[in-house]
Design a protein around this ligand. Structure first.
Ligand SMILES: Cc1cc2nc3c(=O)[nH]c(=O)nc-3n(C[C@H](O)[C@H](O)[C@H](O)COP(=O)(O)O)c2cc1C
Length: 197
């Protein structure tokens, strides 16, 4: 299994951490690209230290959570496999996905490798899973999400369910990460499935 994970500057870095762990546990090959804003959010939400330079935060994050199967690519690395449809990639995930990145992909702009990878996924008709986080949503956000869905992306909002009776924030993070792993076809035991004992 070969997956691309784009991490952007929406709140929700713990979801990306859990996803990286899930990919590693499944032995997946993962190409990671994080925006500069993602580095700021990771520094704040994971390490609770705004003074960590964004690039340093991202490198530390991918090393700690991604394991040996994860490779980090720069935002402007157009020589990365994810910049072309000729590279074989099973699924593309952007988690968390900022509304800025949603809007950019919906407009077909490609300012960084994350936008480019998403564009490649859509043109090649491959799974593209977007995990947006914002509230409330403006009509501009809703239009962008509709456009992306019409183009073939799956919009999987970071909205944990409560029917599994989560007992901790970690349980709620696992719920969202587990559903995203489901969409990638990756086995995991992060959530209790409805109807199971
Ligand atoms: C701590 C923090 C939390 C943020 N949370 C969100 C969010 O939940 N959703 C969002 O769309 N933008 C959020 N932003 C703003 C984005 O980081 C900003 O729009 C940025 O330009 C996104 O760029 P990117 O898509 O290239 O990462 C947040 C920023 C910070 C610093």
């Amino acid at each position: 299994m070969h997956v691309f994970l784009g991490i952007t500057g929406a709140s929700g870095a713990p979801y990306a951490a859990r996803l990286l762990q899930g990919f590693a546990a499944a032995g997946a090959q993962v190409g990671v690209c994080a925006s500069a804003s993602a580095g700021e959010v990771i520094a704040w939400e994971i390490y609770r230290d705004r003074t960590i330079p964004p690039e340093q935060a991202v490198e530390r994050f991918v090393t700690e959570y991604g394991g040996e199967g994860a490779t980090l690519y720069g935002e402007r690395d157009w020589f990365a496999p994810y910049a072309s449809g000729s590279a074989k990639v099973d699924s593309y995930v952007i988690c968390p996905c900022s509304m800025a990145t949603c809007g950019t992909i919906a407009s077909s702009s490609q300012a960084n490798l994350i936008h480019r990878a998403a564009s490649v996924a859509l043109k090649e008709r491959r799974p593209l899973i977007l995990v947006p986080r914002e509230m409330p949503l403006s009509v501009l956000h809703l239009r962008a999400l509709t456009t992306l869905t019409e183009a073939g992306a799956m919009v999987a909002p970071a909205s944990p369910g409560f029917y599994t009776h989560p007992e901790s924030v970690a349980d709620m993070v696992d719920f969202v990460a587990g559903r995203v792993l489901d969409l990638c076809g990756i086995d995991h035991a992060l959530l209790q499935r409805w109807g199971s004992a």
